[in-house]
Design a protein around this ligand. Structure first.
Ligand code: KIV
Ligand code: ZN
Length: 387
């Protein structure tokens, strides 16, 4: 089996389903170009049947991106949706139709009001229809992680027979635990061996905070496409944060043996663009792209990082496109951080001066959350230069 994991970005579709995050077509195009530069393999540009605006955005992106990722549109199994999706993606260099239908009994009973046989028939006709239009067809089993495993396998078999080239297994409501999700993917591979001729994909939501862990469990079990959104945005608690998936695969490459085609140095600026366009801020302690992800304050940590960054950094800030890490000055800082600031700002103080500045700094730090450059300049003027 290949060790290449395809990255399927759905920031423009599932990400846009975050409450309050809708984007206009110009914003979507700008983001799609950036995602292409990031080097994702597939961009899900929208759900063409959902609105005329979404149709237009998908069509615009499909016609614009050249020499880059697959451009994909989402579709229900209804013939009119599939036709609309095809009209939106057909101008893409590499178009994909993504058809989905729920497979869990909860969804069948309450939402779809369909029998299992009707679901199987609908998958066959929907995927078959899409395949008649497009070479590249993905089928997703919505709510797969809460579906009866044997019925799910039956659905996968039918989707493959109808021509699906990618089979996506979503944890739609973020219910699965990593070991369960691993078992689910393994079960499908063991019971539907013909799935090997398609790409097996995972799509995990974050309702219990396991979206990235479940995605990694999925690829460990043999999935070779991971779906998610930049900054982990998406419906409800969001989707798997792609930057976390990508950096997990990169940072633990030796152990996992998997690679992606992503240009990691574009991660930080892509995250910033998603924040700007979606209007959804990133929490400071967010992995990889949060403001504190490469910031150090405590004395022991700063001392270690200044001697050798590997002591407290498992990846370099440069790797994800940041100029450097940051040393934050506050009440937890030690002398090493202060000395580092002094030398970085052109001060040469003797030992005694350093010591009295450090004491004044600590007194101030007890009253203030973060010490800024201006605070230190003022302390030096007061305590050392006595101006
Ligand atoms: O979460 C989900 O199940 C989805 C499907 C449409 C793939 O977003
Ligand atoms: Zn989803």
């Amino acid at each position: 089996m290949s060790n290449y994991v395809k990255i399927f970005d759905t920031t423009l579709r599932d990400g846009e389903q975050s409450p309050g995050a809708s984007m206009n077509k110009e914003e979507k195009l700008r983001l799609a170009r950036k995602l292409a530069k990031l080097g994702v393999d597939i961009i899900e540009a929208g759900f063409p049947a959902a609105s005329p605006g979404d149709f237009e955005a998908v069509r615009l992106i499909a016609g614009d991106l050249r020499g880059g990722p697959v451009v994909c549109g989402l579709s229900r199994t209804r013939p009119a949706d599939i036709e609309r999706c095809w009209q939106a993606v057909r101008e893409a260099e590499k178009p994909r139709i993504h058809v989905f239908l729920a497979t869990s009994d909860i969804h069948l009973q309450y939402k779809l009001q369909m029998t299992r046989q009707q679901v199987l028939d609908e998958i066959r006709s929907g995927v078959g229809h899409a395949r008649g239009l497009c070479e590249d067809v993905q089928w997703s089993a919505e709510d797969a992680s809460r579906s009866d495993p044997d019925f799910l396998c039956q659905c996968v078999r039918v989707a493959l027979e109808a021509g699906a080239t990618t089979i996506n297994i979503p944890d739609t409501v973020g219910y699965a635990l990593p070991h369960e999700f691993y078992e689910r993917i393994s079960y499908i591979r063991a019971n539907v061996p013909e799935v090997a001729r398609a790409t097996l994909s995972v799509h995990c939501h974050d309702d219990l905070g396991h979206a990235v862990a479940n995605s990694i469990a999925g690829v460990r079990a043999g999935a070779r496409q991971v779906e998610g959104c930049i900054n982990g945005i998406g419906e409800r608690a969001g989707n798997a944060a792609l930057e976390e998936v990508i950096m997990t695969l990169a940072t633990r490459q030796k152990e996992l043996g998997l690679i992606t085609g992503v240009n990691k140095a574009e991660i930080h600026s892509t995250s910033r663009l998603v924040t700007m366009i979606s209007g959804l801020p990133v929490q400071p302690n967010k992995a990889i792209v949060g403001a504190n992800a490469f910031a150090h304050e405590s004395g022991i940590h700063v001392d270690g990082v200044l001697k050798q960054p590997l002591t407290y950094e498992i990846m370099t800030p440069e790797e994800v496109g940041l100029a450097s890490n940051t040393v934050v000055l506050g009440k937890h800082s030690g002398r090493a951080a202060l000395r580092n600031w002094l030398s970085g700002n052109g001060y040469e103080l003797d030992r005694q001066q350093c010591e009295s500045l450090f004491e004044a700094f600590k007194r101030l730090a007890d009253k203030k959350k973060e010490i800024e450059n201006d605070d230190l300049e003022a302390l030096i003027a007061d305590e050392i230069l006595r101006i």
